[in-house]
Structures are given as C-alpha cells and as structure tokens.
Design a protein around this ligand. Structure first.
Ligand SMILES: [Cu+2]
Length: 707
C-alpha cells in the first residue's frame, strides 16, 4: 500500500493536492465498490468497447489498486442459474458482512432486470436472489441499520410504456417484502441516506425530500430542498444526520447545471434545507467523496448545458474541496480526463481518491469519450507533514457501542474517524458515511469508542483512520462494525412533522392511476389536459419522470396527474379541478420553479365538447356547461404536441389530422345544424383569447356534458 507521498513534494501540493498519471482500467468504471480486502469490484456497460450497447453480458472484475491487475468474476445470472444478467444500471449497496448487494440491471435503456444478487469477494462468487416485483433500471439500494436492504425506484417497460415503480422492496436476507409505496412515481436513482433516528431520508433528485419510517412502514414529510429538482447531483451524508446536496440539474434559461448547494441538519429542532455555499464551478454528473478528515472532495462533472455536455471546456477538470468547519470551498488541482456521465470516484484506504470512468451512453458521438481508465488524486492532506501510523489494532470487528484499541506511531493523534466503504454509480455514493470517534489516549495507545446506535454508525466495513493535528490521515485499517451485542438503544423520539401531508398515501402507481380513472368517471375532476414535456435526459419522459410528475402536481388548478407518463409521445395527462381552460400563461414558469429545466415545456392539448358555429369565416366552439368560447384554427406542420423521441421534434401530423379543421368547416357550413362535437388539439392563449388548433374531431358522447 502506498503510504508516503510527501517526500520532496512541491509546496503547492499542500494547498492543491496532486493528480497521478492516468492508467488503464479493464473497463469503463460505471459501477464501483470498495471491498473489505481493499480491492475494487467494478463493471461497465459491455465488455467490448465496440459491442452493442444492450449486451446482456458484462463481466464484473476485481481490480487491485496496488498492482493494477484485475481478475474477472463469474458472470451473474438470474435465479435459474442460466440467464446471464448485465448489472449495468443496477443499484447497489454493501451488506453488514462485506458482501456487495446488487438489484436490477440493464435490458435496454429504461428497461431494467428484476434480478437481485450478492457478490462474495472471499469466494469470488455471485449468488442470485429471488426476483423482485418488477424490473428495475436505475434503482437505489440502501442498507438499513438492522442490516436489511431497501430497494427504491427503477423503471421497466410494462406493456407499451415505461413504468417507474413506486413500490420499494426490502430484502431481509431470506425473502422480499413490499414496503409502503413512495408518494407518486419516484425519481430514477433516488439519493437515499439512513439517518440517526432510524428513518431513510430521500434527498433527491426531486425537490421534495420525504422520509421512510421503515418500522411504521410510512412515508412522511417532504421538506422542499432549496433549488428544486436536481438530477445527476451527489448527496453526501457527511456526518450522521447532516447532508450536503451538490449542484446538478439544469437551470431555466441557459440549461446549465447549478453550482449551488443545499444543506440540512436533522439534529436541529425544526430541520429545514438551507442554501449552502456555491461550488466554484457549476457541475452535473460529478462525484463527491467524503475524505477521512470530514471534508468533501468534488471531482469531474460538466458545466455545460443539457444532459452531459462534453464539448471542449465544458467538462470540469478542477477538483474542489468543501470544509464543513469553515463552510467554504477551495479549488484544487485539475485532473487530466473528462469524468462526466458514468464516472465514479471513491476514497481508498491509503487516503487517495480514485477518479475513473465516464462514457458508454447512447447518443455519444466520439468513441474516445468512453474512458477505460482512472487517475488517483492525492488530497492536500497527504502533503501537510508526517502521517500517523496505525501499528496495531486489537480487533478487525467491533460491535456498535464497543471500543477499538489502537497503537500508533508518528505524530500525535488528534482525531479518529471511520469512513464506510464505497459503492458508487451515477454520481451517487450510496454507502459512504463518516463517524468521528470519541477516544482516550494513554501513551501510544488509543481507545476509540464506536457509536452505540447502528443508525448512527451503520453495520458494515469501514476504513479506520487516525489523523494528526495537521489533518494528515494514516493509512486506514479496515474494520467491520457488526451491530450492537446488546439490544439497540431506543429510537429517538418521533418529531412532529413540519411538512405538508402526503398527496397519495399508500397507493402504487397503478392504483393511483385507477383512482384517477374512477374520479374522472364520477365527474369529480375537470378538464383533461395533455402536457407536452421533453425530458432533458436522453431516456425520455417515461423514465425521467419523477420530477416532472412532482412539478405538474403543483401547477395552478391541477387536481390530479396520471402517475405514468405517456412515454411514446413524451406527454403527461393532468386533470384540472374543474372544467375550464388551463392557465397556460403561468404554467411554464411554475414548472420551472420546481423542475428547473430538467424538462422543456412544449405546450398543452385539450379536448372540448360543444357546438361549433361560423363567425365571419372563422370557427368558434362554445362549451355550454362552462360558457367557454374558443376560436378554432387548422393544425399547421409542427403543431402536433406528441413528440418523436428519435428525431427529437414534434411527431408529424397524419393526413387525417391535417384535414380535421377543413372537415369541421365543411360540416359546420351544412344546411342542417350540426350536433355537439368533441374537438381535440393544442391550446394557445393570446391577447385575442384562446385558440384550439383542431387535430381530431369526434361526435360528442351524449353522456359527457361540458368539457
Ligand atoms: Cu446510466
């Protein structure tokens, strides 16, 4: 293990750190985990850099950072023992015994595998678990304080469309249990942390950040994070109950990500998100790594607009460091390679940080943008003086509430920290967390106390660091915290909820959809409005949907949002509280207020039922039930609201749609008065009033009065 980097180092290394040389890795490190033996389990999208993007085979490998050599693991299979699965796009965490837990995987973009499996590094084996309730593409797996695992979110193609499941599942070591449905469709790759009162805290990527009380099986809260929805942003639990959420998203207007950060401390009497200090650079697709001294290192990401801008100058190479003590950022040395979408970073036991991966996505034009390589960062603390050394440790395992006896040499020890091993993908390290240990010193011997609460110090493997007064960390020893030997201390007293009540308690997305159909049938909801939204992400509105669903529910007059997007034409269906026209002059800004520019608003389409009359050559439709009068106009090329995901422009209107207005005009000019019709098409509102561009006309159903 590399230890001393400080010999003859130039002075600037102590302020900026140093990047080592770029080295080759066996694959693009899209998914990476630090194993208890110090090696790294990693995999990418496909084995061959020129293979199909939807290969059902990608070999995970164990790479040794000390030697640079790697060995393949067996190919994971489903529980039939035969069907190979590609773990690309899965969610993962580390179990209390050090095994790697993986849920989901890749069939195609948006379409996940329902598999779950466990990797044991001691035997180099994958063990298939029973299948989950649905395929999950881009789920998040979180280890609970009692060692169980919660899997949340993930998309699959169900029927003709993409469904993001909101039913989380808990793996108890033997079987799956469904947990309370997330309120509405969740975001893909939600950012989830286990916090000291035993709950799980979902900090993103949506604007609302609810808690799951696993014991009560109930979602509560929904504190609004500053800056709204922020996709492809890291969330770091930098101390128990304290989170920093960093950048990400797309700001309205320039479509660029933000540099802003959000902070919350759940130990406060009334926790609330507050604005943190902005990073030096706006970033999206970046990684954030918790260092042994409690600072947070941010590497990579792009500052450019859109999903993953790799144009020259946009990827951010300069690292930067946040110190929670001073609440300020310091820019550090620049790495050599773009590390954007599909990159990782993680802390190693020797105090360095591995930055690796990037690339391997549909729409990527330059093959050179896929990086089968990595680079080590030597943080400034490695150049600030001699390193303390752990000479011995009395145990490799310790219970919550237990003590570790450490003998050290070198500079006096000023701090002892535990940093949990990493499991990283898609700009989120699901397992990293840090505990500062209380300790006593007697000569060279230190006795350090491990927090008694497994919710504060989660079971699993940690890097134990001792640090000098100058903040220089030792090389870590890896220890396992294995849960309390005595009964767990009582959970913290429940806090009164300060946030609004859940909009949809306990319903799966399918049940929620059925309940809307039922309310529509009983006439409890008003005008149906189709909203055209283009997701900034390349996977369309079907998968990248949670934030849009959340934002649509907050629009003026909206009474219900269908919980499954129309992925084929990139539209969503909402219902107004009553019959009337949607407030399209305010909706675009309202959408942007919570979803920022993660979705581009393309307009709305409505269906109105009424009588058509000609007024000096123009056609008007009057809705008798509401008195609404709209001008009717022909559909022009480009007016079609439905979207073509392939060409990224409005779907061309059919011949029938283009002639709908003319047919209606001919019919209205007839000798006998025409009956009521149902007209459907894009709605525009100007100073002259509302206009519907006629796309379809149907005979009105007599039983459907009004709009
Ligand atoms: Cu991906």
């Amino acid at each position: 293990m590399t230890e001393d980097f400080s010999d003859d180092a130039p002075a600037e290394h102590a302020t900026s750190g140093r990047w080592g040389n770029v080295f080759t890795l066996p694959n693009v490190a899209v998914h990476a985990h630090l194993l208890p033996d110090g090696k790294i389990l990693l995999w990418g999208r496909r084995d061959s850099p020129t293979g199909t993007l939807d290969d059902h085979f990608c070999t995970p490998r164990v790479w040794d950072p000390a030697t640079g050599r790697s060995v393949p693991t067996p190919q994971p299979t489903k529980s039939d023992g035969e069907t190979t699965c590609n773990l690309f796009c899965s969610g993962h965490t580390l179990l209390p015994d050090g095994r790697v837990f993986v849920a989901g995987g890749h069939l195609q973009d948006n379409n996940g595998v329902n598999q779950a499996c466990v990797y044991d590094h001691r035997a180099n084996t994958w063990t298939a678990l029973p299948p989950m309730n649905q395929g999950r593409w881009y789920p998040t797996a979180t280890t609970l304080p009692d060692g169980r695992v919660l899997v949340l979110s993930g998309s699959a193609v169900v029927g003709a469309g993409v469904v993001v499941t909101n039913v989380p599942q808990i793996w108890d070591g033997t079987r799956w249990h469904d947990a309370a449905p997330f309120p509405g469709p969740p975001p893909l790759y939600p950012r989830v942390h286990a916090v000291p009162d035993g709950r799980l805290f979902v900090t993103g990527t949506n604007a609302a950040t609810p808690f799951l009380d696993v014991t009560a099986d109930r979602w509560t809260g929904g504190l609004a994070r500053t800056d709204g929805e922020r996709q492809y942003a890291p969330s770091v639990l930098y101390r128990p109950g304290k989170v920093i959420y960093l950048g990400g998203g797309n700001d309205p207007g320039p479509d660029t990500p933000t540099a802003r950060t959000s902070l919350i401390d759940l130990a406060e009497p009334e926790p609330a998100w507050r604005e943190g200090p902005p990073m030096t650079f706006p970033r999206r697709q970046h990684n954030a790594t918790l260092l042994p001294d409690g600072t947070v290192l941010v590497t990579g990401g792009t500052s450019g607009p859109g999903f993953n801008d790799l144009s020259p100058g946009k990827p951010v190479h300069t690292a930067e460091l946040w110190d929670p003590g001073t609440n300020s950022w310091t820019p550090l040395a620049a790495e050599s390679v773009d590390r954007c979408y599909h990159s990782i970073a993680m802390l190693l036991p020797d105090g360095r940080v591995l930055s690796a991966g990037s690339g391997e996505f549909a729409g990527q034009t330059n093959p050179g943008d896929s990086h089968r390589d990595g680079q080590f960062f030597h943080p400034p603390y490695l150049f600030k003086g001699p390193r303390p050394h752990i000479d011995s440790l009395d145990a490799t395992e310790v219970a919550n509430g237990g003590t570790l006896t450490i003998t050290t040499s070198g500079p006096a020890v000023a701090e002892v920290t535990l940093v949990r091993l990493s499991s990283v993908t898609h700009a989120f390290n699901a397992t990293q967390r840090l505990n500062v240990l209380a300790f006593t010193t007697q000569g060279p011997t230190i006795t350090a106390s491990v927090p008694p609460s497994p919710a504060e110090c989660l079971p699993g493997h940690y890097m134990l660091f001792v640090l000098s007064a100058a903040g220089v960390p030792s090389v870590a020893r890896i220890v396992r915290v294995h849960g309390p030997t005595a009964p767990a201390p009582a959970a913290h007293a429940a806090r009164p909820e300060t946030a609004r009540a859940d909009a949809s308690p306990g319903l799966t997305v399918e049940e929620l959809d059925d309940s809307i159909t039922e309310r529509v049938g009983r006439g409890l909801l008003g005008t149906e409005v189709t909203v055209g939204l283009t997701a900034q992400c390349p996977y369309g509105l079907g998968g990248c949907w949670g934030g849009a669903y959340e934002a649509l529910g907050r629009l003026t007059d909206v009474g219900a949002v269908r919980p499954i997007a129309n992925s084929a034409d990139s539209t969503a269906t909402v219902y107004l509280r009553r019959d009337g026209l949607p407030d399209v002059t305010r909706w675009p800004a309202q959408l942007a207020a919570s979803a920022n520019a993660s979705y581009h608003y393309r307009g709305v389409e409505v269906s109105l039922t009424g009588r058509v009359d000609a007024d000096r050559g123009a056609l008007r439709l009057t809705v008798p039930a509401t008195g609404i009068v709209v001008t009717l106009a022909p559909l022009e090329p480009g007016d079609e609201l439905a979207w073509d995901l392939e060409t990224r422009r409005p779907r061309p209107a059919t011949e029938d749609e283009r002639q709908a207005f003319d047919r209606l005009r001919t019919r209205s000019a007839g000798a006998t008065p025409a009956g009521p019709v149902r007209v459907t098409g894009p709605l525009h509102v100007s100073a002259d009033g509302p206009t519907v561009l006629v796309r379809t006309v149907a005979a009105a159903e007599p039983a459907t009065p009004g709009g």
